[in-house]
Design a protein around this ligand. Sequence first.
Ligand code: CP3
Length: 350
Amino acid sequence: MPKSERFLQACRRESVDATPVWLMRQAGRYMSEYRALRERYSILELIKTPDLATEVTLQPIRAFNLDAAIIFADILPILETMGLDLKFVKGDGPVISNPLRSGADVDRLATPSPEEALGFTLQAIRQVKTELAGKVPLIGFSGAPFTLASYAIEGGSSRNYMTAKTLMYEHPSTWHKLMAKLATAIGNYLKAQAEAGADALQLFDSWVGALSPADYQEYVMPYSQQAIQIARSGPKVPLIHFGTGTAGILHLIKEAGGDVIGIDWRIAFEAADRLLGPEVAIQGNLDPIVLFAPIPEIKKQAAKILDAARNRPGHIFNLGHGIHKDTPVDHVAALIDFVHEYSLKERQHP
Ligand code: CP3
């Protein structure tokens, strides 16, 4: 039983009837409906065709009692609009064949308006909003400057970000120029999504946990801050700031901005609660691999998180990272229903 207001109320740290839940990457390959469409279309075709992106966004909403939808898109197409050549290669994930390596490469980056560059996602947002008709809110999103810079420089996924960090240390002025360009593009894109109707925004800094606190502060934080500031100049919608491996920099992530801070499972909920304090809501933080466990174990782990969050206004239940493509669908349904039932009971019998 999703309720249309629950998710946004929790973002604002207002009281809720039950804890809202959605799952990062909730539209995707673990669902047979998604796999059926992927037999006919590539991931980029799904993203760039508003009718298809709308359909995929709604698939998990029809299948589960989720409290929010997230627009079907990806963090990487924005790099394509800036002049990078993006492909998703089966088995290898994303590949950029002309990665950034010099100041001249950064100077050449284009800065088109969100409407001309990513109009397909803005159009999909408008269509999803019409289809949802207020049933649940819609989340728009973007990658954050560091996570996007790491793909743009490495040319794909990376284990230790050696190329990106080397450029950062060796050519700081090139790094800062790149981060400023990304922050502007990201901020404008987030703002355009809110203008198109997104009810909340999430900034994905998935790989930011690779940085030391000092490097985060010097090389990254000002640009996440800048992107958030630009996003905030648009419609007043809650902003979720998410990263993984952030236990050592949570206070800085909070300082960079966000109404909701997304955490992964490598930090205990109680510890994150203490570090973040009551001024922000928290989103998280079940290990996505727990969804492969027997259902009683899934419930036990979810209850532990809900117990830790029970006295805090502002908890949105989520995984600590995207759902794995082989996750059993019945386990997903069981988790979502359990979060509602358990938190409802907790609130009735405090
Ligand atoms: O959450 C949702 O349902 C919305 C859709 C969404 C996708 N990607 C669709 C997608 C979102 C929010 C993302 C974000 C994203 N994309 C992130 C940040 C979140 C995270 O997981 O850290 C990152 C790092 C990416 C980059 C990306 N996109 C990678 C590394 C890959 C390939 C790896 C993989 O899982 O195969 C993608 C592809 C991608 N984006 C898929 C989906 C459903 C799977 C591709 C497919 O259908 O073949």
